[in-house]
Design a protein around this ligand. Structure first.
Ligand SMILES: Nc1nc2c(ncn2[C@@H]2O[C@H](COP(=O)(O)OP(=O)(O)OP(=O)(O)O)[C@@H](O)[C@H]2O)c(=O)[nH]1
Ligand SMILES: [Mg+2]
Length: 216
């Protein structure tokens, strides 16, 4: 029998992105516990044209799963609705300190614009600092869009925003995505050496150790 002491999940990763891209699929692929889902039949909520998938359900609240990381810690994995009208469910997740995975359709060039729209929708640079972009459906694409095109566009939001290719149906892929997203959560993440320091921040406080002290 397992006894759980203290908070069960200290860290959380939230999946956001367009309708049908694979957020619920990814939560189910990685979760080590039965996923609590908020899916309904699509016919019971008008969702407009289907996008390249014949799935019949859509998320209207939050999907909740848990993943046990290699160090034994439990990570909460949250799937949000892709439909824009359920913005409040998404906002409640983004407002937490969760790391965010923005999933996108990797097989069409509109996604480059769509990812930019989603980044604006979910917040500002504080949110983008804990966001990575994951592209699905790279296996069947027709040669474009080039990954470099995404990189160029995302670079306007944050120079080193991680961009990965992943199939939400594959647990190993989702684990890699979640670990990449959790890496962003480190309070003292070192800056890549090649990133020039922006000129408008000429000085750092002497005590550059900015470790969080909230548990003092
Ligand atoms: N071939 C292929 N299918 C994929 C890939 N990623 C996702 N899918 C399929 O796309 C569908 C995604 O469905 P969901 O996981 O319910 O999508 P969602 O993002 O939760 O959608 P909403 O809750 O409606 O916003 C599933 O049928 C997946 O099997 C991929 O990389 N390749
Ligand atoms: Mg869903």
């Amino acid at each position: 029998m397992h006894t759980v002491l203290g908070p069960t999940t200290k860290r959380q990763v939230a999946f956001v992105g367009p309708l049908g891209v694979g957020k619920t699929t990814a939560v189910r692929a990685i979760s080590d516990v039965p996923v609590v889902s908020t899916e309904v039949m699509r016919s019971s909520v008008a969702v407009g044209p289907r996008r390249e998938t014949d799935k019949t359900t859509t998320t209207v609240g939050i999907d909740y799963g848990e993943w046990v990381a290699p160090d034994g810690s439990r990570v909460g994995v949250l799937g949000t609705p892709g439909q824009l009208r359920f913005a409040s469910a998404r906002a409640s997740v983004v407002a937490r300190r969760a790391s965010i995975v923005l999933w996108g359709y990797g097989d069409r060039s509109e996604t480059v614009d769509e990812m930019a729209e989603w980044l604006l929708r979910i917040g500002d640079e504080h949110v983008w600092a804990r966001t990575i972009v994951a592209l699905t459906r790279r296996e069947g694409r027709d040669g474009e869009p080039d990954i470099a095109e995404y990189r160029r566009r995302l670079g306007r939001f944050r120079a080193d925003m991680p961009l990965v290719e992943a199939d939400p149906r594959e647990r190993d892929d989702v684990v890699r995505v979640v670990m990449t997203a959790l890496d962003l959560d480190e309070p003292q993440r070192p800056k890549p050496a090649e990133q020039p320091e922006p000129a408008e921040h000429p000085e750092h406080p002497e005590h550059s150790d900015q470790s969080t002290q909230e548990t003092a």
